[in-house]
Design a protein around this ligand. Sequence first.
Ligand SMILES: [Ca+2]
Ligand SMILES: [Ca+2]
Ligand SMILES: [Ca+2]
Length: 187
Amino acid sequence: MLFRRHFDVVFKFEREFYSVVESDANQTLAINVVQTGPGTTFATINLSVLDINTYSSDYTVPSYITWGSDDFEKTFDVVIVGDTDVEEIECFELTLIAPTTGILASCHITTTICIKDDDASVDVFKFEREFYCVLENDTSLEVKVIRTGGGTDQSMITLVETDITTSSSDYTVPTSVTFRSGRRHDC
Ligand SMILES: [Ca+2]
Ligand SMILES: [Ca+2]
Ligand SMILES: [Ca+2]
């Protein structure tokens, strides 16, 4: 059992939750650790990371913080790594562990950091080419449609043809193109 002495410095996170909107570039998120009680101390406090649904490539976290004898709070930076991938909200936890002097509070020793994705999930479609020319005896022509936006859900596009010098008996065209989930192009 851990007994708290009246002169112990007690460490904890100021907040139990941080939320940050991801960018396409790296950004820093300031995290505050505070102490309770009037005492002062020099200490090194280790930080451990638990990925909830993140990977270690999503952030950079210091492995420890150094507490000066005249500090009553300490701010350290977590680097949130930006990207252009369309993602779910991603969260990880930081926990204060094993201060060299002082003790940890009974609560607020873990804080959760959630990264909200900012990358578009809008579907943007276009033909790969603007012009095709075929010989009349060709049996079929492959026309590719490309998804250039951030969308990855299943999506259906309606096709409408306009005759310039043809009539509808000269060709057969599907009425729609369906992109399956995760597909970036379809024919
Ligand atoms: Ca982004
Ligand atoms: Ca990300
Ligand atoms: Ca992203």
